[in-house]
Design a protein around this ligand. Sequence first.
Ligand code: UD1
Length: 426
Amino acid sequence: MDKFVVRGGNPLLGTIKVSGAKNSALPCMAAAILTEDEVILENIPQVHDIETERKLLTSMGAEVELGYGRAQHRTSIQCAILSDPVAKYEIVKTMRASSLVLGPLIARTGIARVAMPGGCAIGGRPIDLHIKGLEAMGATITQDHGYLEARTDRLKGAHIVFDKITVTGTEDLLMAATLAEGETLFENCAREPEVTDLAALLIAMGAKIEGAGTGTIRVQGVAKLHGARHKINPDRIEAGTFLLAGAITGGDLNIDCCEPEHLGSLIAKLEQCGVRIDVGKDNIRVRSGGDLKASDISTEEYPGFPTDMQAQFMALATQAEGTTTVTENIFENRFMHVQELIRMGANITVSGRTATIRGKTPLQSAAVMCSDLRASASLVLAALVADGESILDRVYHMDRGYERLEEKLRGVGAQIRRMGDVFSKR
Ligand code: UD1
């Protein structure tokens, strides 16, 4: 298992580039199931979850080409024949977003068999709202041996009001509705930019969708979708992580190839913390003298403060003068990074969904364990300002969603390197 070795103390200086959004690329790849034609996606991030999705689609009979480097992060997917419309447990267990294939599979083939995702580090993550929506569209759903099977002759348009806002739930059912008979009206939808990105691809494929990016989406089902070419949005969570890296290290960082509009709540929060931010068309400059002030956050659905930035913000809060409260409203168990930050010298107490961080505390280097994707990023940020050399174990969590993070950070002055596990190589 790879580790990161990080020596803290350097302010980050220069320009760092943002990759395509993993959370847009995953549903867009699943959308290729909806047509027998070729779908070409550009700006695909080179991260492990994308490789998992490639495996998932290939196992169903799709042809997937995935090229990086000179091929410019492009994937071409053709689902001419879906010989095996099954999302197997071996794949689903490593990536919960695999449930995104449920809607497109049943819409295209009339049958979908998808392994039920289990729990994960940040909470239960059920898919009951996906199931409820498909049932409202006329699918019959049964469960056996840990699998969920959905069947229908053809999905029918329905009026679906989400009990709770769900990002992949909105995406899954949106894809299903494109090929349903008649109109589907969705209410209380997720408004995340990733939903809008997916809708843009679906519209390019011939879908009739209005209102993506708002709480109400209306879809007129069509009989067939065709191929399309689409460029994936920049990753707002990677961009946000770099913003915090610039701020926490007292650096001067230009975050390039990003979409500043998608980062409104984080930018406003950083300004309250005393960080200087200059927003360009597709770049953000972040400057900080290191004198950060405490400011509370409470995670919410977009456009509120993203849960996927909560762990990284907590690392920043350890370096802010005063007391910060961080309230996690989206997932029930998303404080796995707290114990590791405490081991590095942070003063944090947790009560239910709220963490209280008393700053500013000097952080010390330590051997720490990454527990999930964003928790790992939080530990990298802490290590960048810790005194001495930290070792971060289980960086495979990071590789699921950050493209070459250590190389990108090294390019702006961080002392970070990857180390293979010497013991497992013996
Ligand atoms: C997506 C993102 C993830 C992000 C999260 C919240 C992807 C691949 N992942 O995850 O990075 O942290 O949005 O912004 O895009 N819920 C139910 N029933 C359901 C579905 C969800 O109760 O059927 C609950 C969840 O347990 C959670 C809340 O709804 O408490 C939000 O979850 P959801 O928006 O669905 O998260 P994901 O789409 O899995």
